[in-house]
Write a protein that binds this ligand. Structure first.
Ligand code: 6PG
Length: 470
């Protein structure tokens, strides 16, 4: 700490802010945090060790004055108005050249607006996605910064120190121009929603179709996590099945109400995909099914009305579970494909220069969607950095083809058992459509032209045509 000034400041000492500061302090950085809530500051100090150089204050001005220039200040506050409010309170306290980082889940269009605004005030602004939850923040998140290159260069050593490491390589890289950092994090979250939806469907097949106990499902997921499905979300699913509810002694998962929450990043991904436009049906389904889940009372009434008979799956259990693993892996590959294709498209539409090779590289560790599969995607982008869709990679195509039949079979069985596996179905449907060189939308074009003179193109000559339909 030169002149008793701190290297880094944090605004917002909630779970993420506090843990990220402690992570920085572990790596020798002197850090100061601000939160109006003094208890949060106290929690930061409580969790720090004597080796840490950590301070907490409840005045923003007091914090800013104690940071070395050019200042590096990160906000970890709820997305939306709180970010604008913090920026307004900060601006009179800053000097030109200071770096302000928004490390929350901000909407990328807000980040674009704020970047321009901060530039006009001669400040550097970095929209940065941070993934990994509490543990990630404390011991190594995946970090997705974008925008201001000079600021990135300045922050790089610090961010590389605190980021998760895979094979010694830090899970942080420059994600591209403007709001690319928050854009990549938004799509990360869309993929997160989709994988969680797929896992929940597989859980339902195991629970309802095969009548597996939670202890048995723990074993299935734990085994999957030792093989090619190895990933954070499979790992925590295995863990969840073992957790007891201290109040009732029951398995906690059985006590949790089946209404899913969401903070909106999945919805943004879907809405934004439609704006581009690009097709991400498995992410759309994940958002839609969280929404259906909220209508619990209606679902109960409808169940009483329809009395669906959920037939047991009679196939050989062990063999079917193996197929289920292959089906899940195939669907997960396809939802990554949708998200990455969206980034490819957005990168060119918005001129963000998103390096997809680096995106998958830094998603291999620290973040919620980290998985062994990302190694294969990394190889694919090393072979072709501008791959429009990972399904076009020859090796990945081979891998997917090995699992396609399992995906189809599992869906057939689940449909007959009246188990909603719409995420799995959407992944398969996407694959079937994407690998179809002759989709039936010629009929849609004919209909559009017939009722609305919307015109169509022909297969045998260029141009735009309209027919006087009989
Ligand atoms: C992460 C997560 C995180 C996200 C939560 C909650 O990468 O660490 O994506 O940023 O906020 O998962 O998201 P929902 O409440 O929308 O499910």
């Amino acid at each position: 700490m030169s002149n008793n000034l701190f290297h880094f400041g944090m605004i917002g000492l909630g779970t993420m802010g506090r843990n990220l500061l402690l992570n920085l302090a572990d790596h020798g950085y002197s850090v100061i945090g601000f939160d109006k809530d003094e208890q949060k500051g106290a929690a930061l100090l409580n969790e720090s060790t004597p080796q840490h150089k950590v301070k907490a204050v409840s005045s923003l001005q007091e914090m800013v004055q104690q940071i070395e220039q050019p200042r590096k200040i990160m906000m970890l506050v709820p997305a939306g108005k709180p970010v604008d409010d913090v920026i307004e309170s900060l601006l009179p306290l800053l000097q030109p050249g200071d770096i302000v980082i928004d490390g929350g889940n901000s909407f990328f269009e807000d980040t674009l607006r704020r970047t321009t605004y901060m530039q006009s005030k001669q400040m550097h602004f970095v929209g940065m996605g941070v993934s990994g939850g509490e543990k990630g923040a404390r011991f190594g998140p995946s970090i997705m910064p974008g925008g201001d290159v000079a600021a990135w260069k300045n922050l790089q050593p610090l961010l590389e120190a605190v980021a998760a490491k895979v094979n010694g390589e830090p899970c942080v890289a420059y994600m591209g121009k403007d709001a690319a950092g928050h854009y990549v994090k938004m799509v990360h979250n869309g993929i997160e929603y989709a994988i969680m939806q797929l896992i929940s469907e597989v859980y339902d097949v195991l629970r309802t179709g095969l009548s597996l106990s939670n202890a048995e499902m723990h074993q299935v997921f734990a085994k999957w996590n030792e093989g090619e499905l190895k990933s954070f979300l499979i790992e925590i699913s295995a863990q969840i099945f073992l957790q007891k509810d201290p109040e009732t002694g029951k398995d906690l998962v059985d006590v949790i109400l089946d209404k899913a929450g969401s903070k909106g990043t999945g919805k943004w991904t879907s809405q934004e995909a439609m704006n581009l436009p690009i097709s991400i049906p498995t992410i759309d389904i994940a958002v839609a099914f969280r929404d259906i889940s909220v209508y619990k009372e209606e679902r109960i009434a409808a169940e009483a009305l329809y009395q669906p008979e959920r037939k047991k799956i009679t196939a050989d259990k062990a063999a079917f579970i193996e197929q289920l693993g292959h089906a899940l892996q195939a669907a997960i590959m396809i939802c990554y494909a949708q998200g990455l294709a969206m980034l490819h498209k957005a990168s060119s539409v918005y001129n963000m220069d998103i390096p997809l090779k680096d995106v998958v590289k830094i998603w291999r560790g620290g973040c919620i969607i980290r998985s062994l599969l990302l190694e294969d995607f990394y190889t694919a982008y090393q072979n072709n950095a501008d791959l429009a869709n990972i399904l076009l990679d020859q090796q990945l195509a081979k891998l997917l083809q090995l699992k396609e039949t399992a995906l189809r079979n599992v869906i057939v069985q689940a449909v007959q058992s009246k188990i909603a596996v719409t995420g799995l179905m959407s992944a398969l449907g996407y694959l079937d459509a994407y690998t179809d060189g002759n989709m039936p939308v010629n009929l849609i074009q004919a209909q559009r032209d017939l009722f609305g003179a919307h015109t169509y193109q022909r297969i045998d000559k260029p141009g735009t045509f309209h027919t006087q339909w009989d």
